[in-house]
Design a protein around this ligand. Structure first.
Ligand SMILES: *Cc1c(COP(=O)(O)O)cnc(C)c1O
Length: 380
């Protein structure tokens, strides 16, 4: 007889219906094709499961950061066009072609590498030219893009499907940077007309662009974080409703009374001011739940929901567990649900709250949640 395997009590719950809602809301708002971005394990939500769901919802193209992510999608049977957004590493170029992945070409050198690999494999490469309009990350500078555009258009081994750039400040609706980047981008795109070449798909807007800058939508948008219902910044209200798709939950594994004057966790940074009830939760920084959520006597950071009430994390977050103070009268039982991100009772903790407590951004909170935490999917 074999014993049934019971998973650890810590889980990520992904609401696929929330992702469908967000995808539909984005599409209705922009009315141009949408390329959802599923890099970094679909922002922690699970690359293959999310990609399959998006494709089932009618998504016509996906974006990832690295060729490995694109290959993982192909191996999972995803057949829609996939653009790899990251800078190409020369020795990997053949892998793009082998797996039918669209390539970001950001310089003449890179174009030559792609052409050489395409010729060697006797296969035409599908490329998107990357223009740098102010990010200074990858891309040919907008003012010197003409030779790259001409060479790419003339290339026998490349099909120029897109031309794109990336916005540096679009999460801030008041920033003048976005307008400047848009002007540089459009000026670069005009070169296709000047040389009489067909205009490829022009794409510029990330989540911030979708939310705050309609003039950046152009021929396609590339939303990442809002697909998952999380805002890229906290400065402005979204123009349509977004639904957070991810919840992070665990269960109490230990309950005890800690006497006044005893300290909790590594470094003894937190001391019980009076006799108090403390529970242990089995998730830690080894799962990607940040150690920056630790608290000490002088600063309180992370909070969780237990029995519908908020309670503070006390002491340092360990690799695999942390402690929560219920107070002298608090009650909880072993196996009670603990919500770290999501709803419980009438209260909720947003990914944005966790980011603020840890002094980081919601992106880092989401993508930090690693493969040690099992993911469960609902809806879809
Ligand atoms: C990550 C990324 C996006 C998506 O960014 P969000 O802010 O999550 O919407 C879009 N385009 C490029 C090039 C990216 O690297």
């Amino acid at each position: 007889m074999t014993t049934p395997f019971i998973q650890r009590p810590t889980r990520i719950q992904v609401d696929l219906d929330a992702i469908s809602h967000n995808l539909r809301a984005i599409g209705d708002h922009v009315r141009v094709p949408v390329m959802p971005i599923v890099k970094a394990n679909a922002y922690g939500h699970g690359l293959v499961a999310v990609a399959r769901h998006l494709v089932a919802q009618g998504t016509g193209q996906l974006g990832v950061a690295f060729v490995e992510e694109g290959i993982a999608l192909r191996q999972a049977g995803i057949t829609v066009p996939i653009l790899v957004l990251g800078g190409i590493f020369g020795p990997q170029v053949a892998q793009f072609l082998e797996h039918d992945l669209e390539i970001t070409v950001s310089s003449l050198d890179k174009l030559r590498q792609v052409e050489a690999a395409a010729q060697a494999m006797n296969r035409k490469a599908v490329i998107h030219l990357k223009v740098d309009t102010g990010m200074e990350r990858i891309g040919v500078h907008s003012e010197s893009a003409a030779p790259l555009i001409e060479a790419a258009v003339a290339s026998r081994w490349c099909m120029v499907k897109g031309v794109y750039s990336h916005l540096a400040c679009s999460d801030d609706p008041r920033s003048a940077m976005t307008q400047l980047q848009l002007e540089r981008f459009l000026e670069t795109c005009a070169h296709f007309e000047r040389i009489g070449a067909p205009m490829p798909i022009r794409h510029l807007a990330n989540s911030g662009g979708v939310l705050h800058f309609p003039e950046t939508w152009l021929d396609m948008v590339r939303p990442g974080i809002i697909t998952y219902g999380v805002l890229p910044g906290d400065s402005a209200r979204p123009p349509f409703e977004l639904r957070p798709a991810l919840s992070l939950v665990s269960q109490v594994v230990y309950f005890k009374v800690v006497k006044a004057g005893r300290t909790v966790s590594y470094g003894a940074t937190w001391m019980a001011p009076h006799d108090t009830r403390i529970v242990t939760v089995p998730i830690g920084y080894g799962d990607g739940y940040s150690r920056a959520l630790s608290s000490s006597a002088s600063s309180s950071r992370g909070e969780v929901l237990i029995r519908g009430e908020r309670h503070p994390i006390v002491g340092r977050v360990c690799m695999d567990q942390f402690m929560v103070d219920l107070g002298p009268q608090g009650s909880a039982w072993n196996e009670d649900e603990v919500v770290l991100i999501g709803h419980q009772g009438g209260d909720a903790i947003a990914c944005e709250d966790v980011a603020r407590w840890a002094e980081t951004i919601p992106y880092e909170v989401l993508v930090g949640l690693n493969e040690r935490i099992p993911r469960e999917y609902r809806g879809g």
